[in-house]
Design a protein around this ligand. Structure first.
Ligand SMILES: Cc1cc2nc3c(=O)[nH]c(=O)nc-3n(C[C@H](O)[C@H](O)[C@H](O)COP(=O)(O)OP(=O)(O)OC[C@H]3O[C@@H](n4cnc5c(N)ncnc54)[C@H](O)[C@@H]3O)c2cc1C
Length: 378
């Protein structure tokens, strides 16, 4: 067992920390208030090699291991998890292509993203199919050798800026994955959703009205789509958990710094056990969340099954972040409830980690599913 970072990882963390300090933290409030998409920051992230970190080298990428990616994301999300999501969301739609795409598909859809700043989006959720992905209703009707897609996808991250979508649609009754260029006639993008947090991230509805998709853009075989969509999460959930860990770190740093300087009853806040124990508990939970996250990432990098650990990391880190943000507001007293201090933003931003990429209840269902197949826990 090795708990220390190697020199390359240490360098990556320092590079991500410097980028966060220069580009993300100073702009967090601006983009949170405006809700604009942080294109300038994405452009810089692209230049510095922080975007598309999973694209294989033969398609122009400089891929990071999942564990290294987690270290980077934790840093960026400490600055602003909304901006970090805008930078990082490509990975969720790229992974189905990495996993199941042909060489031709990878050349047409992944390689250009390493040459220019581009976005893509994972379009699976529908009005009646969120947690229960198998209920997707979008249809892909076979016409000759091509397909015609009809349906509604909603809450699609980066949906307005994407150049292409990974879409899950039914061919007859078989959920099937497609790569759909965003400029295809019949794609209608809705207005940006007004979410409670992560305002810099772009979430929209995408409607498909008689969208013609060539057979060469089908991912895998008909009926492979559900597996592709789900397998993607083994890869991405450790990163999502790292984002939550970044929020916890931010909340702890804010609470710690305030508790060290604020005086009440002639002593510093931190001298009160009632306050200092909150900080000790957040630190402990952050360490625990990080270790499960790193283990889930490490298992993936070793080519081992990480389904249970990725689910554990996702729900646990999300709960830790939510609780840390609320405790941070408590330590700040009145300031915790105003938008002059970042605690309220952390609360709003943390909440989404308990919902997207599989809500916490769904992660627990995955863990129980694994437990059911075990005779004993070692
Ligand atoms: C900001 C944002 C960004 C998103 N980005 C994307 C994206 O890029 N691409 C995409 O495809 N989707 C995206 N989503 C959709 C997201 O993944 C879903 O909202 C999420 O999976 C939950 O689905 P749902 O909203 O339909 O809730 P439902 O499935 O209706 O669930 C409602 C609640 O019930 C719980 N629940 C459901 N079934 C059970 C059960 N059997 N037992 C116990 N509890 C249960 C859920 O955990 C949840 O708390 C995004 C959502 C948001 C809000």
């Amino acid at each position: 067992m090795e708990f220390s970072l190697n020199p390359e990882q240490q360098e990556l963390v320092e590079k991500a920390r410097a980028f966060t300090k220069e580009w993300i933290s100073p702009n967090a409030v601006k983009y949170d208030r405006s809700g604009e998409f942080p294109l300038d920051i994405c452009r810089e992230a692209f230049k510095q090699g922080f975007m598309n970190p999973h694209v294989p080298a033969e398609y122009g990428g400089t891929p990071h291991r999942v564990l290294d990616h987690c270290l980077i994301l934790e840093e960026m999300c400490t600055g602003c998890s909304g901006i970090a999501t805008a930078i990082d969301a490509n990975g969720l739609s790229q992974y189905p292509v990495i996993l199941a795409g042909t060489d031709d598909q990878k050349r047409r859809f992944l390689a250009p993203m390493t040459e220019d700043l581009m976005f893509s989006a994972y379009a699976v959720t529908e009005p009646e199919a969120g947690s229960d992905v198998s209920r997707v209703k979008t249809t892909a009707e076979k016409v000759g050798s091509d397909y015609v897609l009809n349906g509604i996808k909603w809450w699609i991250t980066s949906g307005s800026v994407a150049s292409w979508y990974f879409v899950l649609a039914r061919v007859d009754d078989k959920p099937t994955g497609f790569i759909v260029p965003a400029d295809s006639p019949g794609i209608v993008r809705g207005p940006k959703e007004i979410n409670i947090g992560q305002h810099a991230s772009n979430t929209v509805r995408v409607t498909l009205e008689d969208v013609k998709v060539e057979a060469k853009n089908r991912l895998g075989e008909e009926g492979d789509g559900f597996q592709i969509a789900m397998k993607t999460f083994d890869h991405t959930r450790p990163g999502v958990a790292s984002g939550a860990n970044g929020i916890t770190k931010a909340a702890l740093n804010i609470a710690l710094s305030y508790a060290k300087r604020r005086r009440t009853f002639d002593k510093k806040l931190i001298s009160n056990q009632g306050i200092s124990f909150k900080l000790a508990e957040i630190m402990t939970r952050l360490d625990a969340a990080r270790y499960i996250t790193y283990k889930a990432a490490w298992l993936f990098d070793q080519g081992l099954d990480n389904g249970r650990e990725a689910a554990e990391a996702k729900w646990f880190a999300a709960d830790v972040a939510m609780q840390a943000a609320i405790e941070c507001a408590q330590v700040l007293g009145g300031y915790g409830y105003t938008n002059e201090m970042p605690a309220e933003k952390l609360i709003r931003d943390a909440k989404i980690y308990q919902i997207y990429e599989g809500a916490s209840e769904i992660q627990k269902m995955i863990i129980v599913g694994k437990l059911m197949r075990m005779k004993e826990v070692y």
